[in-house]
Design a binder for this molecule. Structure first.
Ligand SMILES: *[C@@H]1O[C@H](CO)[C@@H](O)[C@H](O)[C@H]1NC(C)=O
Ligand SMILES: *[C@@H]1O[C@H](CO)[C@@H](O)[C@H](O)[C@H]1NC(C)=O
Length: 216
């Protein structure tokens, strides 16, 4: 009987796999980013907590519209750990995004964050594409007050399809979400990716690839 219980216990123990889907719990109240930290850690080192002050948890300026006079007609104003050191290790951040009429936040991905977008004003077409092999495109037109979620890592975009300007607030599930803009990463890398790689990957000729590289 004792042997049977032991066996059952072992089977139970083996069948329970431990899955941690979130960051480990914090071990202290905060770890305000110390950008001058000399230690290499995953993120920013902590500022001496005795020197931490209210301003370390504060950012001012999201009432100011970003300058959308650029080639794509949109501007992201980030409030990540770099701008708001108190966000360090907390796994959350925010950004303001402004869009000129027909302005585009071009296809990009955040390698470390899911993004929840709330449209404060205007009309926005949004979409994301799932991973291989489906590459399914989810698309929606948002009106003022609408909320849309872009799952972590997936390529997504927003385009202003209204008559005036548009503004949105993005909440991100990392203090340092990172951003990979597809066109810039592929055609504007430094140093460049060998032209023949891009010719074959995109099934385009050398001249077209050179042209695209000149744009990014
Ligand atoms: C917006 O950016 C453009 C292009 O860089 C610049 O010419 C213009 O002066 C800027 N506008 C403001 C209000 O800063
Ligand atoms: C295209 O070919 C020219 C001439 O061989 C070369 O100089 C250029 O780097 C090539 N461009 C790309 C993108 O491979």
């Amino acid at each position: 009987m004792a042997n049977l219980s032991l066996l059952l216990l072992s089977v139970l123990a083996l069948s329970i796999s431990l899955v941690f889907a979130a960051d480990p719990s914090a071990l202290q109240d905060f770890c305000v980013a110390d950008p001058k930290g000399q230690v290499f850690v995953n993120g920013f080192a902590c500022k001496n907590s005795k020197l931490v002050e209210a301003n370390d948890f504060f950012f001012s300026g999201l009432h100011i519209a970003g300058n959308t006079t650029n080639l794509v007609g949109s501007k992201v104003t980030p409030v990540f750990a770099t701008q708001l050191p108190g966000l360090n290790t907390l796994g959350i951040s925010i950004a303001r995004i402004d869009y000129a009429p027909w302005g585009l936040n071009p296809p990009h991905t955040h390698p470390r964050a899911t993004k929840v977008l709330t449209l404060l004003d205007g009309t926005l077409e949004v979409g994301f594409v799932t991973s291989n092999p489906e590459n399914r495109h989810f698309r929606k037109v948002l009106q003022k007050g609408d909320v849309f979620v872009f799952p972590v890592g997936l390529i997504h975009y927003q385009r202003n399809v209204g008559y005036g300007s548009a503004v949105a607030i993005a909440a991100l599930s990392s203090q340092n979400p990172g951003v990979v803009i597809v066109a810039n990463a592929v055609f504007g890398s430094n140093p460049k990716i060998d032209g023949n790689v891009l010719v074959k990957a995109f099934q385009l000729d050398n001249t077209t690839i050179s042209y695209l590289e000149s744009k990014f």
